[in-house]
Design a binder for this molecule. Structure first.
Ligand code: FUL
Ligand code: CA
Length: 694
């Protein structure tokens, strides 16, 4: 209790200071106050380590390994370890970048599905020791853990249980191998704050089956790092958010019935995305997403780094929805973070700092309805004292309440932030925000959960009074902080669209920007052609780039790049009802009839042409193809051997456009995509949002 008194002295406004002085006085004098029972914790509760973890909010993921050099998302484990050979690896540059980006930690893929270990593990023959890098004397984990220490960042490790290289995988012996590897990683590199267990397994029905000994894995790690946060689909430290695009549900409980879930279980995306209101365990969400389309570096995605508005959407969709954000920044073939990624991270930092620069709520007089009586520990003044550990609460059992912020002069805000005091549990089920306009309050937001932190982006609103109503809660609400900010306006991204005929339109939501574009892959400047609203023709394959400029070219937004296949102007699907897979519009799709695999899609391109490769854009849900074969034919009758065959790695969790280059250019008028298997276990259909060739 004593530590709470300390915070009463600092304040900004006289009325608040007076109130606090009074409280301070009461607290010292009133025996009743000391006798007042503490607020009873409710439901599943976080451990102290989980509370600390939640306050990290934002940290870096690094995918790095043989895939970086072979341009793969899922290596097969049969790659020559010599391919791993970064030319100028600099882990301090990674740590410096993370630090400057305002991140609090780095988690690295110590071992991905290919089994390759970024440290010289004694329990594998597929490691940095067998690589060409530093003549086999290097150790990425040693360099990164030292760099994290130097820059004051926490260090975390990702180890994939699924191992496509280890000869023991699929036998009981493997469990001990994996435990030994965990022991190495947790004893040789100092403190580890988070242990990331990937649930993915792409072995398929006829693949190797490994029954994991989770107790063994957990106990091995806990022996050395008892406070470690275990990430997996099911926790127990924190949980996957159910997608790889960085968004938590607008409703997001940190509670979950942990026992109902296991890593890699199908069909659990929704409960993981939203948590479970009455969950018996505290397993908060962590949103993982890559700054590029794939998790590993590829030179092909240097111009596909997510734009600033996109990353802001992700930030507000994760940290702003009671989840931590684990943003992947893949290290490149030199062993450095590419400048396109680091520049974007700095833009994001700058924008977030500007968004949250001045908390306008500290200027308000705060009052509340249903405040807990006779309690010196809870008061409306604690809502704006900048201290998470002090709070306002309603009376025991009182599940609604109202907070009022009133201002002497009107304020304009567009960000609303509210936090629950989670050491006592997550309680709030619904709340609204209203503003006084004239004599009436107008509701501007109606939402469900709060949790550790909820941030709402709102239109600019000017008012002298903000009212927050807690509509319902599982136990009396305990609110730590309420904040208001006015974020500067942002230049929106141009949106590039092309129709089936190859006509391009570019739109932007910002006010009157001048949009300039290029069609040859170069960076748009004010000297590039300006888009004036009339569609233009671009039917060939290639990359279009567009950028918004304002203030006569002085201020510019981010460059948006879209790589198009050949426009399908003359194409017709031979497969019945499949035209939506070749209409040039990824928002429409084809889904085949239920049946058994293989299934196929045949397309007539209208005339013979050279095919150098194809792209497959999956539907976001249903019919996602995993193993495929691709054929080209002159007459649509004779198909011969497939010109490409393989699998779309990680497509289920990260359903982005797949680009497959053929080993040699092939001439033909027809092509055929054969779906050999589906990405989802019980799927009986094949589908596509779009298929293209280039
Ligand atoms: C997934 C993996 O299959 C991806 O390759 C990536 O590592 C992502 C973070 O997790 O399950
Ligand atoms: Ca507070």
């Amino acid at each position: 209790m004593n530590n709470r008194i300390v915070f009463l002295s600092a304040s900004r406004l006289q009325s608040v200071t007076m109130k606090k002085t009074l409280l301070f006085f009461f607290l010292l004098c009133s025996a009743r106050a000391w006798a007042q029972p503490e607020i009873k914790p409710y439901g599943a509760l976080p451990s102290p380590a989980q509370v600390k973890w939640q306050q990290l909010e934002y940290y870096m993921f690094i995918h790095f390994g043989p895939n970086t050099f072979t341009d793969k998302e899922w290596g097969h484990g049969d790659e020559d370890p010599k391919v791993f050979n970064p030319t100028e690896l600099d882990a301090r540059q990674w740590a410096r970048t993370a630090k400057l980006a305002g991140m609090k930690a780095i988690i690295i893929t110590a071992k991905h599905h290919d089994g390759f270990c970024l440290w010289p593990s004694e329990y594998s023959k597929h490691t940095v020791r067998e690589s060409a890098w530093k003549n086999g004397k290097g150790d990425v984990l040693a360099e990164l853990s030292a760099a994290c220490k130097e820059y004051g960042l926490l260090f975390g490790v990702y180890l994939s249980p699924w191992d496509r290289n280890h000869p023991d995988y699929g036998t009981p012996a493997y469990n001990q191998v994996f435990a030994n590897q965990l022991r190495e990683v947790h004893t040789k590199y100092g403190h580890v704050f988070e242990q990331w267990f990937d649930g993915a397994n792409g072995e398929g029905p006829n693949g190797k089956k490994q029954v994991y000994d989770w107790d063994l894995f957990h106990n091995t790690v806990r022996k050395y790092h008892p406070e470690v946060i275990f990430f997996s689909d099911a926790g127990p430290g924190c949980r996957w958010i159910g997608n790889e695009n960085g968004f938590a549900g607008t409703t997001n409980w940190s509670t979950l019935n942990g026992k109902q879930f296991a890593p890699g279980m199908p069909g659990i995306n929704k409960p993981l995305n939203e948590g479970q209101e009455d969950g018996t365990d505290w397993i908060p969400g962590e949103a993982d997403v890559s700054i590029r389309p794939g998790w590993f570096y590829s030179p092909g995605t240097d111009d596909k780094v997510k734009t600033l508005p996109w990353l802001l959407d992700i930030y507000y969709g994760s940290v702003g929805r009671n989840a931590n954000l684990l943003l992947n920044v893949p290290v490149d073939r030199r062993g450095r973070i590419h400048k396109n990624d680091s520049l974007r991270l700095m833009e994001l930092r700058k924008t977030l700092d500007a968004d949250f620069k001045t908390n306008l709520a500290v200027r308000a007089r705060t009052s509340a309805v249903n405040t807990r009586k006779n309690s010196m520990l809870t008061s409306a003044v604690y809502l704006t004292d900048g201290n998470y550990n002090t709070y306002w609460a309603t009376g025991e059992g009182q599940l609604t309440g109202t907070i009022n912020l009133s201002f002497e002069k009107p304020v304009t805000f567009n960000r609303f932030q509210i936090q629950e005091f989670i050491p006592l549990g997550q309680r709030v089920k619904g709340f609204t925000v209203s503003v006084l306009e004239g004599k009436k309050y107008r509701e501007i937001a109606r939402e469900t959960t709060i949790g550790y932190k909820r941030i709402l982006r709102l239109p600019n609103t000017t008012t002298r009074s903000v009212r927050i109503e807690i509509l319902d809660a599982k136990a009396s609400p305990v609110i730590s902080e309420v904040k208001l900010f006015r974020a500067p306006e942002l230049l929106a991204d141009p949106v590039i669209k092309r129709d089936k005929q190859g006509m391009v339109t570019i739109t932007a939501a910002s006010q009157d920007p001048a949009i300039h574009y290029t069609t040859d892959g170069s960076e748009p400047t004010t000297a590039s052609p300006q888009y004036k609203g009339a569609p233009f023709a671009f039917a060939q394959s290639g990359t279009l780039k567009a950028r918004s400029f304002i203030d006569g070219g002085k201020k510019a937004g981010a460059t948006v790049a879209v790589t198009f296949d050949r426009a399908p102007a003359t194409w017709k699907a031979v497969t019945p009802d499949a035209d939506k897979a070749v209409d040039g519009d990824p928002s429409t799709s084809w889904i085949g009839k239920a049946g058994s695999f293989p299934q196929e899609l045949v397309v007539d391109m209208g005339a013979s042409q050279a095919v150098n490769g194809f792209t497959y854009t999956p539907r976001t849900k249903g019919g996602i193809i995993y193993n495929y074969a691709f054929y080209v034919s002159a007459d649509g009758q004779q198909w011969g051997e497939p010109v490409a065959k393989g699998s779309f790695a990680n497509i289920l969790n990260n359903p982005v456009k797949q680009t497959i280059k053929l080993s040699k250019s092939t001439q033909g008028r027809y092509f055929k995509l054969v779906a050999i298997s589906a990405a989802e276990e019980k799927e009986t259909r094949a589908g596509a949002a779009e298929i293209g060739v280039f």
